[in-house]
Design a binder for this molecule. Structure first.
Ligand SMILES: Cc1ncc(COP(=O)(O)O)c(C=O)c1O
Length: 377
């Protein structure tokens, strides 16, 4: 019987294009992985260096200070009140996203299906696969939100959870989170709302599913993007008290423990909002610079409703060919949309994660390349 074989990691498939982009004078402008290039807040780094928490085991669920700081942030940012006991730490959110189907399956063994938007962060589907579950994509509408009305009764009956992601990676869409929560409650399906880009919402205020109550839902948050702390690996999940207790107890047995000094630094980062204002302005400027430069050569690049990616339609629907052109002409490394599901295959994702001068270099190279306007129409 064939066992599980890990597929190639999506970004590893970019190596040939990476080499071509890197060969340009001035080097590569890597806009593939959504990894921050700016520094974390100084206060968090000081707390990390000065923490005495490395000697003993940290609480798996999070220190009281960490949970309180995260709960306070939810109150400040969204006006929702969550008791620290309804909130638990995780080691960045990728491990939680990848692991949660197996723990939900332990809790509800008669269910075996993970629902997630058809164009989305690949770890939703991978988490299902790692748990031996069915990964069932939900078709998205023209604003990139999942169409819950298309989920079959059979899939809903078997669902362990539904993932939502607002603002969304890769397309930057904003979902109706209240409608999602209602849909899940009516069917007894936990709704997991991945909100790691919440601070980078460009249309309207930041939002959380917790604004429509905590019953049957979890909001998942991370310091990776908000505070440029991706290397530190820290986040949290909050919401339904029973679900948080179940998951955090299972995770404690399995040894999931964000490191003590990182928790100390994380508490400081959640407590500070001023660095996030600075970061918002930077991402907005970078997105606008890229959208202008791509538009000038005839590509369709519109500002997203949220997050820090441009989701660009590839001429002729050929994303690999656009990725190659951008690597060869502009030294830019971007992600073909199939990384985010087969439904994304006609787009590329461009992450605004390099300083403006590097983006300007890439755009200058692109505009200096031979005219392709016939092809990009
Ligand atoms: C939608 C989404 N969720 C979760 C993550 C994971 O972030 P982290 O594990 O750094 O918290 C990412 C990272 O790119 C993401 O785009």
């Amino acid at each position: 019987m064939a066992g599980f074989t890990p597929p190639p990691y999506p970004y590893d498939r970019l190596e040939p294009l990476r080499a071509r982009a890197a060969s340009l004078p001035g080097g590569i402008v890597d806009l593939s992985v959504g990894t921050p290039c700016d520094p974390p807040p100084a206060g968090a780094m000081e707390a990390l260096a000065g923490s005495d928490a490395a000697r003993s085991y940290p609480p798996s669920v999070g220190t009281p200070a960490y949970r309180q700081a995260a709960a306070d942030w939810l109150g400040r940012r969204f006006g929702v009140e969550v008791a620290p006991s309804q909130l638990a730490a995780c080691m960045g959110t990728k491990e939680l996203v990848a692991g949660i189907p197996q723990w939900l399956k332990l809790r509800t063994p008669e269910r075996d299906t993970v629902l997630y938007p058809a164009i989305s962060y690949p770890t939703y589907a991978m988490g299902a696969e790692l748990a031996g579950c069915r990964a069932v994509p939900v078709a998205v509408d023209e604003r990139w939100s999942p169409r819950l009305d298309t989920v079959s009764d059979d899939d809903a009956d078997r669902a362990l959870c539904l993932w939502l992601n607002t603002p969304g990676n890769p397309a930057g869409g904003l979902d109706d989170l209240a409608a999602g929560a209602r849909w899940g409650r009516a069917r007894q399906i936990p709704v997991l709302s991945d909100e790691c880009y919440a601070e980078f919402t460009w249309e309207g205020p930041p939002r959380t599913i917790l604004e429509s109550g905590s019953e049957g839902v979890l909001a998942v948050h991370s310091l990776s993007k908000r505070s440029n702390f991706a290397g530190a690996r820290i986040g949290f999940y909050a919401g339904d008290g029973d679900l948080v207790t179940y998951l955090s107890e299972v995770r404690k047995h399995a040894g999931f423990m964000p490191s003590g000094p990182i928790q100390a630094a994380g508490a400081v980062a959640w407590g500070d909002d001023s660095h996030v204002d600075v970061q918002r302005a930077l991402y907005r400027e970078r997105l606008e610079l890229l959208a202008r430069g791509l538009g000038a050569v005839g590509l369709t690049a519109v500002m997203p409703a949220g997050a820090f990616y441009l989701w660009v339609q590839a001429p002729g629907g050929d994303a690999w060919s656009l990725a190659e052109r951008l690597a060869v002409e502009a030294g830019m490394l971007v992600s073909p949309g199939e990384f985010y599901g087969p439904a994304g295959a006609g787009h590329v994702r461009i992450a605004a994660v390099q300083p403006a001068d590097r983006l300007a270099l890439a755009m200058d190279r692109l505009s200096a390349a031979p005219d392709r306007s016939e092809e990009t129409r």
